[in-house]
Ligand binder design. Structure first.
Ligand SMILES: Nc1ncnc2c1ncn2[C@@H]1O[C@H](COP(=O)(O)OP(=O)(O)OP(=O)(O)O)[C@@H](O)[C@H]1O
Length: 810
């Protein structure tokens, strides 16, 4: 009984917040409120417009008190909004902010749209600008249209506009106030409308067209310097041209090396011939030069302004009509969802208290939190009781409760209590439907949101895979691992557009992930020569993992050039068109590599698999490549130290022994789980018990069908080419059939003193195969030494002179 009494206050405390939430979050209330606001704005509009025509007549009626005007039924207003309309117009326009009060109608209307969820563009900004405009217009009208002078019944600036303008006038004088209005008006317009700013800027920049003296040139230079701080003033006109060229390049690519475009006169000529209407006389060289500067800068401005005027790049544009899977594709598994009865709670509580008492452990408090599959009993032991004593009684308590899967958490971190998790007699199935529907998932701002299930307190358990950043999933067979992986994939499919996410599926068992192969043209990434989108062959797995490594390196190179610290920053720059696609920049989708039976791979290929996986796990986080690897054999020869060290986030389903649990989580516990999706999730030192969401195969099929029936990309996302060392035929290299890039490749290798295939691949933007063949030819020509595994080859030629001699002799 004592137990019941303790529970009640908790319930009553929670109720009011729930109610309040439900009123604010109630969709119907939103709808009604939104429509009401729209109607109010329409009513005000009618009244205000009508006020402009009949305001004078109605005003005379309002000379008596407002209550008399409103409530005396003998008085009739001419305003289309009748008496209330006439009254509101008088109060808001004449006694308020004058003609600017029309903007209030706009504010109410956009608020109505926002409440209805229709208005998409930035509401707060619009609100801010509207209020500023109201103040500005009322002060301006207050200054220029004085009611008493004009004899009109309308206060154009309203009462407040008049008071404010009079005060400002007394403060800074009429000239000062005009200046103030000018600068504040200009600021509002320029900040609010980008196009106006561009127009003003362009018209200022075009001015030098009319003259060609030096003053104007320096003016132009100022403008350019404004738009890009990197521009350095040159010593002469030619150097200015080249500096300005840098401005354009700097906008696309901050880390450009300047020597690519050499400041030569021929360069200038080419640039001059570019403009279509070339009518510059070429008589006097000096003047010609000046003209060159003008043409050049005009052209630069047009180019330079481009990124400002262009809309942001939309990576989803190619599949802009793509529809995310709908909620009805998932089933709301209600079967077997039984509530935990009070009798069960009381019985368990009594047993716990009795068992502890039997061992002379007194407790002062006990509280239960009912989860989907287990109930957590939190106890506060009497002062002086040692925690270890309770921990040691784990088995005894389990025996007395006659239940498997009891876990004791002593103490619960941050709570100062001891937790005893007892499985419910009738566990609840947590459907993926309820998880996807949850507010937490719907409103998440995570980059790669994964909602896996529900915690003990029935909260949706959601994490950002981008932050985890790789996950190791382990559990004995039949305990819910595959369902867990499907839940991870499903979460991502519900949230990420095909342009933003690519999966690499590796499934040596050939059965679990094959179902996803139809998503090839939407979500899958594969090697260019791979026939099957889901990789099952061990050699292909090796190649794919190495190819992901190459992709990772290439992404790092791009990040470096773009001076971005991670994929998020890089994509942001790319979207705002600050990175030039012609320089190799491209929008980077996240890549999630999912490996289903990881043990099979390690058993057959060992280090060849382990090393690329470890490298990806160590480095790939910043470039948006994440891994989820699963195994049903959690032994130390599979989950090696290298793997463990690089997978800080681990999910354990039920395992057979405590040793297995330690192998996965570094702590016991997974052996005490109850199966069917009951899992422990370790992230750093935190361990959370979560009931995995259940998503059945037919549901996954529904989602996949829904996506695959939509238009996709022409091919899967192609990973960089990779051919394993043993696959590149060493054969005799015929130096008479040299690649046309051979000479250039040789020069690059000698110049950098580095015999790296990936460097050649990068510099010439060619595939791995071709770069590998080039390297073989360089070896055959005696320019580089033999392959040294993952290290760069030794360069045998030390200087360019020797190299040129060698090239001539070939
Ligand atoms: N989250 C869950 N909720 C309810 N039942 C579940 C859940 N997860 C799994 N199950 C039940 O357990 C069964 C086995 O799950 P699953 O196929 O995921 O196991 P597994 O660990 O992947 O097995 P294997 O390693 O042999 O493939 C499911 O068919 C389902 O009946």
């Amino acid at each position: 009984m004592a137990f019941r009494q303790k529970k009640k206050p908790v319930k009553t405390k929670k109720k009011p917040t729930k109610k309040r939430n439900s009123i604010f979050k109630n969709e119907k209330a939103h709808f009604i409120f939104g429509v009401m606001l729209l109607l109010i704005s329409a009513y005000l509009l009618i009244s205000f417009v009508s006020f402009l025509f009949y305001g004078a007549a109605d005003q005379s009626l309002m000379d008596s008190s407002w209550s008399q005007f409103l409530f005396n039924s003998d008085l009739n207003a001419k305003n289309a909004g009748m008496k209330l309309g006439a009254y509101l117009s008088e109060v808001i326009i004449n006694r308020g902010f004058g003609i600017a009060s029309f903007i209030f109608i706009y504010i109410i209307a956009i608020t109505g749209f926002k409440v209805l969820g229709i208005f998409i563009s930035s509401y707060r900004k619009s609100l801010g600008y509207s209020i500023l405009t109201i103040i500005w217009v009322s002060v301006a009208f207050g200054l220029f249209f004085n009611k008493s002078e004009s004899g009109s019944f309308i206060y154009w600036g309203g009462h407040y506009g008049f008071i404010l303008s009079s005060w400002l006038r007394s403060l800074i004088g009429i000239v000062g106030l005009v200046f103030l209005l000018f600068i504040s008006g200009l600021s509002i317009v320029v900040v609010r409308f980008d196009k106006v700013y561009s127009l003003i800027k362009n018209s200022i920049k075009q001015k030098p067209k009319t003259g060609a003296d030096e003053e104007e040139t320096s003016e132009m230079e100022d403008v350019i310097t404004d738009s890009a701080s990197e521009v350095q003033a040159g010593d002469d006109v030619i150097s200015k041209v080249i500096d300005d060229d840098d401005v354009v390049r700097a906008i696309f690519e901050p880390d450009e090396d300047d020597d690519i475009i050499s400041p030569s006169a021929s360069n200038l000529e080419v640039e001059v011939s570019d403009p279509e209407q070339e009518d510059a006389p070429a008589e006097i060289e000096e003047e010609d030069l000046k003209l060159v500067v003008e043409k050049k800068i005009e052209e630069e401005n047009a180019d330079g302004d481009k990124p400002v005027e262009l809309e942001d790049y939309d990576p989803t544009l190619d599949l802009s009509d793509f529809k995310f899977p709908t909620l009805d594709l998932l089933e709301d598994h209600k079967f077997g969802n039984a509530e935990v009865k009070n009798d069960e709670l009381v019985a368990n509580k009594n047993k716990i208290v009795e068992t502890l008492r039997h061992y002379k452990i007194e407790i002062t408090k006990i509280r239960a939190t009912i989860g989907p599959t287990i109930t957590l009993y939190e106890i506060v032991p009497a002062p002086g009781v040692r925690i270890s004593k309770i921990k040691n009684l784990e088995d005894d308590i389990a025996l007395s409760l006659a239940a498997l899967g009891i876990r004791i958490i002593a103490p619960i971190p941050g709570r100062g209590t001891i937790g005893i998790e007892v499985p419910n007699q009738h566990p609840e199935t947590v459907s993926m439907h309820s998880i996807v529907r949850s507010k937490k998932f719907q409103e998440t701002t995570a980059e790669l949101p994964v909602a896996l299930g529900k915690t003990i307190s029935n909260e949706t358990f959601l994490f950002d895979l981008a932050k985890m950043p790789h996950i190791l999933v382990a559990g004995a067979t039949g305990q819910g691992k595959s369902v867990g992986i499907n839940a991870i994939i499903t979460s991502l499919l519900y949230k990420k557009h095909p342009a933003q996410l690519k999966f690499v599926f590796i499934d040596p068992k050939k059965v679990e992930l094959n179902i996803y192969s139809v998503l090839e043209k939407h979500y899958l990434a594969k090697l260019p020569d791979a026939e099957e989108p889901v990789i099952t062959d061990i050699q292909k797995v090796k190649n794919t993992l190495n190819s992901v490594n190459i992709e990772m390196d290439a992404r790092y190179d791009l990040l470096k050039i773009a001076q971005a610290r991670n994929i998020k920053e890089y994509n942001k720059k790319f979207i705002s068109r600050r990175l030039n696609p012609e320089k190799g920049h491209k929008y980077m989708p996240y890549i999630v590599v999912i490996i289903d039976e990881f043990a099979d791979l390690i058993m057959t290929a060992g280090k060849e698999i382990e090393l690329p996986i470890a490298r990806i796990a160590q480095l790939a986080r910043a470039v948006g490549i994440h891994m989820v690897i699963a195994t049903q054999r959690p032994s130390t020869n599979i989950i090696t130290g290298v793997i463990k060290a690089n997978f800080p986030a681990r999910i354990a389903f039920k395992v057979a022994s405590m040793i297995d649990s330690r192998t996965i989580l570094d702590t016991p516990g997974a052996n005490q789980l109850i199966g069917r999706g009951d899992m422990l999730i370790a992230s750093g030192s935190d361990i959370t018990r979560v009931q995995c969401a259940f998503v059945d195969t037919p549901e996954v099929e529904n989602i996949i069908k829904y996506i695959s029936e939509q238009r996709g990309y022409p091919t899967a996302f192609l990973l960089p080419e990779y051919v394993g060392e043993d696959e590149i035929g060493p054969g005799d290299v015929d130096l008479r059939n040299r690649d046309e890039l051979f000479d250039d490749a040789a020069r690059i290798v000698v110049l950098n003193q580095m015999g790296s295939t990936s460097m050649i691949q990068r510099k010439f933007s060619i595939g791995y195969n071709r770069a590998g063949r080039l390297m073989d030819q360089l070896e055959a020509a005696g320019i580089v030494g033999p392959s040294e595994g993952s290290k760069a080859r030794q360069v045998l030629i030390q200087d360019e002179y020797t190299l040129e001699q060698l090239l001539n002799s070939l």
